[in-house]
Design a protein around this ligand. Structure first.
Ligand code: SF4
Ligand code: SF4
Length: 135
């Protein structure tokens, strides 16, 4: 982001999410096709302080969309009611998506940030029996 002079700042120093010149209905355009303003966090990698990350197991996922609804950072990628993955550029590693995942075993689990996703998937737990914790 380029430095702005005092006379370039807008009143109230508001940072707009989208370029002011967009000539389309933002609500009808998929997030990756929108023209974000330079100051929008969409254009910034903000996941560098995450120490644990959610890994998604597509083999178990039932596309319930709970994780998409509850993620406080819009970091669950879904299209047409199908889970597509995690946006690691913006995910903060809070673990809420894992908490709300209803499958057994869970389709999202937290792993160390340095763990490769394929290694995490190879360690996926078995289905829990009745009475055992599903965390
Ligand atoms: S860990 Fe938190 S920020 Fe990351 S995808 Fe899950 S709910 Fe969203
Ligand atoms: S909450 Fe779990 S089962 Fe539901 S869409 Fe997300 S990963 Fe899939």
């Amino acid at each position: 982001m380029k430095d702005m002079g005092w006379d370039e700042l807008v009143p109230g120093a508001a940072l707009f999410s989208f370029e002011q010149t967009v000539n389309y209905n933002i609500a009808e355009v998929q997030p990756e096709d929108r023209t974000y303003a330079e100051t929008n966090s969409k254009n910034a990698y903000v996941g560098d302080w995450r120490v644990i990350k959610p890994v998604w197991n597509s083999e178990i996922c039932i596309d319930c969309q709970n994780c998409w609804i509850f993620c406080p950072d819009s970091s669950i990628i879904a299209r047409d009611k199908e889970m597509k993955g995690v946006d690691y550029d913006h995910c903060k590693g809070c673990g809420i998506c894992v908490s709300v995942c209803p499958t057994n075993p869970k389709s999202l689990l937290m792993f160390n940030e340095t763990e490769k996703n394929e290694d995490a998937l190879a360690k996926w737990p078995e289905k829990k029996k009745k009475g055992e914790s599903n965390e």
